[in-house]
Design a protein around this ligand. Structure first.
Ligand code: ADP
Ligand code: 5GP
Length: 210
């Protein structure tokens, strides 16, 4: 339900969750997005091939390396990086449009992307690092999820340590031991960040007419 407080204009924020694979990032993101219509998801551009079931413009904007390079030169990306030998980047225009209209933007990008957002949009970024309670629990969760072969799990476990080592760069660190608690923490961060004075662009107007 809308109340006066909800009607005060605000600038959206950029929410980045980084986590080693298997930490629960998708589960937490799905839950938060499921009951919040102020959030939009940033659709990245990539030069990798689409996987079965992936839809162009929904999962990614799939493009050639040439087209990607052209967009880099034109300054069309808010950030971009090479991951596993492929290029990935965040188109700038839709993000800025969402922020201006008071929508928050969720990202599925790696720590390299988050670091660039820190440089390119420091006032807009809220970076949450999700850590597992133990390394063993990561492996257990990946196995329980049942999506990956032994080989892929072994690779993800190797990468996990490197991804987790960037916790120092994040604004918040959530340990996903109890899932409900972790979701509550992420939701609380979002609520607090939304009412930060610098984001509440309608405050002058509100106070004038109070
Ligand atoms: P990610 O997106 O980070 O790779 P997922 O959200 O797919 O991770 O979670 C990996 C697996 O772990 C899923 O099967 C999920 O249901 C499970 N999971 C997530 N959080 C917890 C938790 N706190 N305790 C136990 N299992 C969890
Ligand atoms: P996948 O190919 O499995 O979809 O993604 C591989 C990795 O690329 C993931 O870690 C994902 O977070 C990252 N990634 C996806 N899009 C972007 C992006 O726009 N920028 C950056 N920096 N990383 C991205």
């Amino acid at each position: 339900m809308n109340n006066i407080d909800d009607n005060i204009q605000r600038r959206g924020l950029l929410l980045v969750l980084t986590a080693p694979s298997g930490c629960g990032k998708s589960t937490i993101t799905r839950k938060i997005m499921g009951d919040d219509n102020s959030i939009v998801v940033s659709v990245s551009a990539t030069t990798r091939d689409a996987r079965p079931g992936e839809v162009d413009g929904e999962d990614y904007f799939f493009m050639s390396t040439e087209e990607f390079r052209h967009k880099v030169s034109a300054g069309d990306f808010l950030e971009w990086a090479e991951v596993f030998g492929r290029h990935y980047g965040t188109p700038k225009a839709p993000v800025e449009a969402a922020l201006v209209s008071g929508k928050d933007v969720f990202f599925d990008i790696d720590w390299q992307g988050a670091e660039q957002l820190r440089r390119n949009a420091p006032d807009d970024l809220v970076w949450i690092c999700i850590l597992p309670p133990t390394i063993q629990s990561l492996e257990d969760r990946l196995r329980a999820r049942g999506q990956d072969s032994d080989e892929v799990i072994a690779r993800r476990m190797l990468e996990a340590e490197s991804e987790a080592s960037h916790w120092r760069d994040a604004d918040y660190v959530v340990v996903n031991d109890d899932l409900d608690k972790a979701i509550h923490q992420v939701r609380s961060i979002l609520q607090a960040e939304r009412i930060k004075r610098i984001r509440r662009t309608g405050l002058e107007e509100f106070v004038k007419n109070m």
